[in-house]
Design a protein around this ligand. Structure first.
Ligand SMILES: O=P(O)(O)OC[C@H]1O[C@@H](O)[C@H](O)[C@@H](O)[C@@H]1O
Length: 318
């Protein structure tokens, strides 16, 4: 055998790349995931509520110090999932006996497992993001909720943590033969340093219902919506996909809607925060703003076997 002068050296086996770490707590109450680059997310099985999302070492979500995390009531803060009705249910509708914002945020979801994907919206290749799936079905619903909303449904909520952001998607499936109508909303509480320096952009020209002003209907003329008092507005049929939260003129969060047309902008301000028992500290309204993506104008209707999927990608600039 002739020895080649420029024999290639043996290819070294590629060292194991660091993987995302995923942990289900010993009491089966929460799932945490951390990327090798340091980003992390924490989700309670109660409500499939994301209660923490950190990037660049900074917490992006506001969580009340008095938030009840034991499953006895919805979580005040993080990202509660609102389904199948937004706000107080209307009389004469199939949701009429449900609690405000529905049952999803107050039900125990099942953890369906993790996957890493190279093709997701937040992936740039390799194992650089992790997707956590949670399920809620008619069979696992409380008897009370089952009675109040007697449809055969399945929800899969996927939370994907990437280096560049967080994606949360809700998939709704009608598992039965009878059609049902629903609304959905992802009630994100964003953490800010000082809400008086915040502007919400991307809503110009959009019609909204002002819940603080007796549900008066108005059109947003301001390219930068500022929060100067109690704010509770339901922006409808928004043509622009992205709503941006800017703080002290610096980009802070971009909220990109996926197959959802509406967004609620909410801040309780001083008096309302004082009246909410689990809202602490009482001046915490200074450090939060809710921009909640959803489908809340009218109803989504699903016939038997049909599915709907909608959600958001949030990018943070800490
Ligand atoms: O206190 P809850 O049920 O969590 O709701 C908080 C707020 O949620 C917002 O989505 C509503 O527009 C507000 O009207 C409401 O006050």
């Amino acid at each position: 055998m002739v020895d080649r002068a420029n024999k290639p050296s043996a290819i070294a086996p590629s060292p194991g790349l660091p993987q995302p770490r995923v942990n289900l707590s010993d009491d089966n109450s929460r799932v945490t995931a951390t990327l090798p680059t340091g980003e992390s997310v924490e989700i309670l099985l109660h409500g499939a509520t994301v209660i923490s999302w950190k990037s660049g070492g900074v917490e992006n979500l506001w969580l009340s110090e008095k938030a009840v995390l034991d499953g006895s009531k919805p979580v005040r803060g993080g990202i509660p999932v609102v389904f199948p009705v937004f706000g107080g249910p209307p009389a004469n509708h199939a949701t009429s006996t449900l609690p405000s914002h529905g049952f999803a945020r107050n039900s125990r979801w099942e953890y369906l497992g993790k996957s890493t994907s190279e093709s997701g919206a937040l992936s740039k290749g390799g194992d650089d993001c992790v997707k956590l799936d949670f399920g809620l079905y008619t069979a696992t619903l409380s008897e009370e909720a089952k009675k109040a909303w007697p449809y055969d449904f399945g929800l899969v909520y996927s939370v994907t943590l990437g280096k560049d952001g967080l994606q949360t998607m809700l998939n709704v499936r009608n598992e039965g033969k009878v059609a049902f109508e629903f609304q959905m909303l992802l009630h994100s509480y964003f953490r800010v340093k000082d809400v008086s320096k915040v502007a919400v952009k991307g809503l110009t020209g959009v019609t909204y219902i002002d819940k603080v002003l007796n549900a008066q209907i108005a059109t947003e003329s301001n390219p930068a919506v500022r929060i100067t008092g109690e704010t509770d507005r339901v922006y409808q049929s928004i043509p622009q996909d992205t709503t941006s939260i800017v703080e002290a003129d610096q980009p802070r969060y971009d909220v990109v809607r996926d197959n959802l047309e509406d967004s609620v902008v909410w801040n309780p301000w001083k008096e309302k925060a004082a009246s909410i028992g689990d809202f602490e500290p009482k001046n915490g309204y200074i450090n939060m703003i809710c921009v909640e993506v959803g489908s809340v104008k009218g109803w989504q209707k699903l016939d038997g076997g049909e599915t709907f999927e909608g959600g958001q990608i949030i990018r943070s600039s800490p």
